[in-house]
Write a protein that binds this ligand. Structure first.
Ligand SMILES: Cc1cc2nc3c(=O)[nH]c(=O)nc-3n(C[C@H](O)[C@H](O)[C@H](O)COP(=O)(O)OP(=O)(O)OC[C@H]3O[C@@H](n4cnc5c(N)ncnc54)[C@H](O)[C@@H]3O)c2cc1C
Ligand SMILES: NC(=O)c1ccc[n+]([C@@H]2O[C@H](COP(=O)([O-])OP(=O)(O)OC[C@H]3O[C@@H](n4cnc5c(N)ncnc54)[C@H](OP(=O)(O)O)[C@@H]3O)[C@@H](O)[C@H]2O)c1
Length: 656
């Protein structure tokens, strides 16, 4: 494999698309299909390893789902979408997000970030927009991609980066919802609350993050919202205070190399689970991050996908937002639930996720399950074909795993890292499948690429040869080593072995250490681990569940005395931990949106240049908060303009 890429015909980088006639073919080392986040980072990784690359994209802009579209047929974020993974665990390894972007950026900020990333690493000349790959073909030399434009691209290697949000799952329409005569829509068709359903009765089906976003968006729009989660769901807060005297922090930041050693996630007692239980809902006994019996299931925390938009739990009141389990049957507009109750609805929104399809791949390649690929990246038999962005972490971000996938593929294609033999690859697939099947045994196994992100990421990093050499770092730079093991997980970790990027990586990691775990918390977590705190909590939670679901409890729970006791039980926690978390940070996010609107008024940027050319930069002429060349006093967060640094909201965030 390693010698073939050097013999492939390499065209001059960057100029291929504009100079070709409509049917002329263009040969590269690598074709990447899709210019969403994964495609961009893949394009950059290939270039980093000296490979020539062309990235083919259907849409007229980069960014994939982060490029908002009103068109219900185009998969994109909703109007109000904010990331659920924090910028700490989402940013790229050598292009930190500016601090001013906030902990959970709005989708417009993400698109801006991606456009700045593409500009910074000069990716635009390697991207062909408005180019749908309709069919691909495996040839003796490599791959051929036939595009809607009539052009044919050939390459030695092919990378698929077309995302996991593609084909909406509508199966329940014919099963659970059979017989329902009201309106049924899939969440992909909803970009904002629909006028015609104002004041109507809404049923949301499916407990993922889309379901949460819709609940929050529609809360003041629908007359009542029932939320049916047939197989239960685990929840997580975006922000939380881990200790009463601490400042609110992004909960997914509460992780580090040291933390993983104290309380490994891949074992049964993830160290953070008690923190999450404590901070996510009313009491320590709030199982699975919520303590709502209708949504409980048998999976242990961290062994089931966690919905990180836990703010929605504050809205569950059993009157306006009502939690429900599975649907038993539907008749007319009436829906009967597993608890025996029946209610009428005008609209059902199926927030039931998506499945992955590759209509443009030959059948032999498209009918392979995600887990049947080597580490979910390479086709086992034919490693000239790679997939990036298929692994979905329980906590963390898809895109940092896409980056690791891409870096590994680039190193394999360029021959810098050896590929395992066919036998070894088959063996790995068997072992990995057994591991993840066991890890996720109490889930529906519907999300094929579901993984514990840090475990999977480290595994890929080891294969790509970018797993940090902590021992050598300790010997050469002990202070940097300390930062590296105590800072929150961030993809800069995987740049620590690179001499020229290590200082920037450490500076990035240090910048994320603000407002996160300190020595006191580490000691506390270690202590909790030693006394089996998680185990005891699990037992007490089961008792709580038994109480909550007993028929006699249903009768007494509305008694005034019981309500008073419940209030007293949850009050200390509410005073110490609540209100200061999501609310306060959401306030600052709102201030940011207002400020952005104000700024736009002041600066009145010229309209973007029309972009139909394959090589044009969609945002090239607009005022961007990201300069194309982050200057480097410390290499961090330098792509913000000075005007943004002075914004009041910026100060608010820093003061927190
Ligand atoms: C509302 C929403 C919020 C999300 N929030 C988060 C988050 O907070 N954190 C997180 O990690 N993940 C989040 N995700 C998941 C999201 O999928 C990833 O963040 C990321 O965008 C994946 O990028 P991708 O490039 O793999 O896929 P996509 O963004 O889907 O990009 C795929 C690209 O391939 C193109 N394409 C498809 N078929 C073809 C073809 N035949 N020819 C040419 N081009 C083609 C598409 O046009 C698209 O541009 C969110 C997803 C949604 C829908
Ligand atoms: N704000 C944000 O950042 C944001 C917002 C929206 C989406 N996203 C991302 O976008 C992606 C898609 O999210 P999503 O919420 O649309 O989908 P999802 O996470 O896949 O959730 C789908 C939900 O539907 C249920 N479901 C699906 N098929 C079912 C069936 N046949 N029977 C019973 N239940 C079924 C699932 O249950 P099981 O899990 O038990 O199968 C799950 O509760 C994810 O990567 C997510 O992180 C992010």
């Amino acid at each position: 494999m390693d010698d073939t890429h050097t013999t492939s015909v390499v065209s001059a980088s960057g100029v291929m698309a504009d100079h070709l006639s409509s049917t002329e073919s263009c040969h590269q080392d690598v074709i990447v299909i899709g210019a969403g986040w994964s495609g961009l980072v893949c394009c950059k990784s290939m270039m980093e390893e000296g490979l020539s690359v062309v990235t083919l994209e259907t849409r007229d802009n980069i960014g994939g789902v982060w490029c908002y579209s009103d068109d219900p047929n185009v998969p994109s974020v909703m109007k109000t979408t904010q990331c659920t993974s924090s910028s700490t665990v989402t940013e790229m390894s050598d292009y930190p997000m500016p601090e001013e972007i906030g902990m959970f950026p709005h989708h417009t900020d993400i698109l801006e970030y991606l456009q700045a990333y593409a500009k910074e690493f000069d990716l635009y000349p390697h991207i062909c927009l408005n180019t749908t790959v309709e069919r691909t073909e495996r040839t003796e030399e490599g791959w051929r991609a036939f595009c809607s434009s009539g052009r044919v691209y050939t390459s030695r290697y092919l990378v698929i980066a077309t995302g996991v949000v593609q084909r909406p799952n509508r199966d329940l329409e014919d099963t659970m919802l059979k017989g329902f005569t009201g309106t049924v829509l899939h969440a992909c068709e909803i970009k904002h609350p629909l006028e015609e359903f104002q004041g109507k009765r809404l049923l949301i089906l499916g407990g993922g993050e889309t379901g949460s976003d819709i609940c929050l968006d529609w809360y003041n729009h629908a007359s009542v919202i029932y939320w049916s989660i047939p197989r239960g769901q685990h929840f997580f807060r975006k922000y939380t205070k881990v200790v009463p005297w601490g400042k609110p922090q992004a909960l997914d930041k509460a992780s580090s190399r040291l933390m993983k050693s104290i309380a490994p996630y891949h074992h049964s007692k993830p160290g953070l689970s008690w923190v999450c239980k404590w901070t996510s809902n009313g009491s320590l006994l709030a199982y699975q991050g919520h303590g709502i019996p209708e949504w409980r299931n048998n999976a242990a925390f961290f062994k089931f996908f966690i919905n990180k938009n836990g703010k929605v739990l504050d809205f569950v009141d059993y009157e306006h937002l009502v939690p429900k389990g599975a649907i038993i049957h539907c008749e007319g507009k009436q829906v009967t639930f597993v608890d025996g109750t029946a209610h009428e609805f005008d609209l059902v929104i199926m927030s039931t996720g998506y499945s992955v399809r590759y209509p443009y791949l030959p059948e032999r390649y498209s009918n392979v399950g995600i887990r049947d690929r080597h580490k979910m990246v390479f086709d086992v038999e034919d490693p000239t074909l790679a997939f990036v962005g298929l692994a979905r972490p329980i906590v963390g971000s898809i895109v940092t795993l896409s980056e690791l996938n891409s870096r590994w593929a680039a190193k394999i294609f360029s021959g810098k890292v050896p590929l395992k033999t066919l036998e070894e690859r088959k063996e790995d697939v068997k072992r990995d499948t057994a591991f993840w099947n066991d890890y996720l045994k109490n889930t529906s196994q519907r999300i094929e690429g579901l993984v514990e992100g840090f475990t999977y990421g480290d595994d890929i990093a080891r294969h790509a040869g970018v797993f940090p050499n902590y021992w050598s770092l300790l010997k050469s730079h002990p202070k940097q080593w300390l930062v590296a093991i105590t800072a929150p997980y961030n993809s800069a970790t995987y740049r620590l072995n690179e001499e020229d990027k290590r200082d920037q990586a450490i500076a990035t990691m240090r910048s994320h250490q603000k407002v996160t775990l300190g020595p006191v918390q580490y000691m506390l977590i270690l202590f909790m681990r030693l006394i089996w705190f998680d185990w005891w909590l699990g037992k007490l939670s089961s008792v709580k569940f038994w109480f909550q679901t007993s028929p006699w409890w249903k009768r007494v729970r509305s008694w005034r005395l019981i309500r008073a006791l419940d209030y007293l039980w949850t009050r200390p926690k509410a005073i110490c931990f609540d209100k200061t978390s999501d609310d306060r940070n959401e306030m600052s996010a709102r201030a940011k949106v207002l400020m952005r609107a104000h700024l736009a008024q002041l600066s009145k940027p010229p309209p973007p240049a029309p972009t139909t050319s394959a090589t044009s930069h969609p945002n090239g002429t607009t005022t961007s908060r990201f300069s194309s060349h982050p200057t480097t006093t410390n290499g961090i967060h330098s792509h913000m303009t000075n005007s943004m640094r002075l914004l009041p909201e910026t100060r608010t965030r820093k003061q927190q």
